[in-house]
Design a protein. Structure first.
Ligand SMILES: Nc1ncnc2c1ncn2[C@@H]1O[C@H](COP(=O)(O)OP(=O)(O)OP(=O)(O)O)[C@@H](O)[C@H]1O
Ligand SMILES: CC(C)(CO)[C@@H](O)C(=O)[O-]
Ligand code: BAL
Length: 363
């Protein structure tokens, strides 16, 4: 898969994705001009922020926005502030040609299948530059960088935030900017990044932002792997083993929900850990040219609102099972082996399962 293509070219005043009515908006001012009449006309705007490299997870959020709003706007912007200094900003997949084809296909689908959709298509895509988004200059990526940032603690310091100390500061900062620019009635986020949804809900609540946060379910490949733009880094060998995180979380969920039902952290997370250990042992029994090595960053059982770790699950409250793994570069790559985008660097994947109070009532 080609992962780097040119960004949309600038030309006429009203630029559109070819053969569609999807407006391409490049500047803050262009979005404000597009937005203004919808307020006057009392037309609702649903907003789906993305970093591009669009897949069916993004598409499911755009469809949800189209069901509930008169207009849908998608942003495609790889936000430097949420990448740590040693992270993959330089190789993050940028696939504008494929992304515009995804949006065009979806636009046609919404136009032809009016049933169930308020929006008749995708109205606009916002593709700002970093100079637009960070007028004071390229944002600092180190924890002590000066700059104008939105910080939410303690939620931003645990789990993903412990491994990626500036990640949620970058996400909250860019989302605050995007929400201020787009002024959406509703914003759409995926459950795949569950801690991000908790951070965004906290930001909307604590800063009194006039928007509703909608969270869509995680879209998965048939083998359970959560779709993710970073999956392109995997290559075939590592892709085959990548569902291990989802399988481990499901083992934990089963420990909770089956039989007498474990409520204790060690019993629940122990089930996940055992499954992952068994998969790793099987891999390590293979030759270096065949095997895949991975490390568990964390497995967590946390409170659904604060994401603080739990010793026990209160069935009336539910919990979040989540985890992150690092899949190491392949050893002994074969001459014709597909190692993945950017020669298959270390890939860090996340996933989660929500134990909802309703599930526990049924258990
Ligand atoms: N599999 C998925 N199902 C549902 N929503 C998803 C899925 N993957 C991503 N999203 C959501 O799409 C939005 C944009 O995410 P983003 O562009 O970072 O894609 P991503 O696949 O999560 O990328 P990355 O691999 O960098 O984490 C976020 O709200 C994210 O939670
Ligand atoms: C919300 C977001 C677009 C902010 O850059 C990003 O974190 C993502 O794609 O999940
Ligand atoms: N989907 C979350 C974006 C990131 O990991 O940077």
């Amino acid at each position: 898969m080609a992962c780097r293509s040119t960004s949309p070219s600038s030309s006429s005043a009203v630029e559109k994705i070819p053969s569609t009515s999807i407006r391409i908006l490049r500047s803050v001012e262009a979005v404000r001009r597009w937005r203004r009449p919808h307020t006057l006309d009392r037309r609702t705007v649903g907003f789906v922020p993305t970093m591009g490299a669009l897949h069916e997870g993004h598409v499911s959020l755009i469809r949800a926005a189209a069901r509930e709003n008169h207009h849908v706007i998608v942003s495609v912007y790889v936000n430097p502030a949420q990448f740590g200094v040693a992270e993959d900003l330089g190789s993050y997949p940028v696939t504008w040609a494929a992304d515009s084809a995804v949006l065009a296909r979806l636009d046609r689908e919404l136009a032809s299948d009016g049933a169930g959709f308020l929006a008749a298509g995708v109205s606009a895509v916002f593709t700002p530059s970093t100079a637009d988004m960070y007028p004071a200059g390229f944002p600092g990526q180190a924890p002590d960088s000066p700059g104008s940032f939105v910080t939410l603690t303690p939620i931003s310091s645990v789990l993903e935030g412990a491994s990626r100390p500036t990640f949620f500061r970058g996400v909250a900062t860019v989302c605050m900017k995007l929400f201020n620019i787009v002024q959406p009635d509703r914003v759409y986020f995926g459950q795949k990044d569950v801690q991000q949804t908790v951070v965004i809900r906290a930001m909307v609540r604590d800063f009194m932002l006039p928007t509703a946060v909608v969270v869509g379910p995680t879209v998965r490949a048939p083998d359970g792997l959560a779709l993710s733009s970073r999956n392109v880094y995997l290559g075939a060998r590592r892709r085959a083993v990548a569902p291990v995180l989802h399988d481990a979380l499901r083992a934990a969920e089963t420990a909770y929900s089956s039989g007498a039902g474990a409520r204790d952290r060690d019993a629940i997370l122990g089930a996940a850990r055992s499954l992952a250990d068994a998969v790793l042992a099987d891999q390590m029994a293979l030759a270096p040219a065949q095997r895949v090595r991975f490390e568990i960053d964390y497995l967590s059982l946390s409170d659904p609102e604060t994401m603080q770790e739990l010793a026990q699950v209160d069935p009336a409250r539910g919990a979040i099972l989540s985890g992150a793994i690092r899949i190491l570069p392949v050893e002994d790559p074969q001459p014709d082996e597909d190692r993945g985008h950017s020669d298959g660097p270390l890939v860090r994947l996340i996933d989660n399962i929500i134990i909802s109070p309703a599930d526990t009532a049924a258990a």
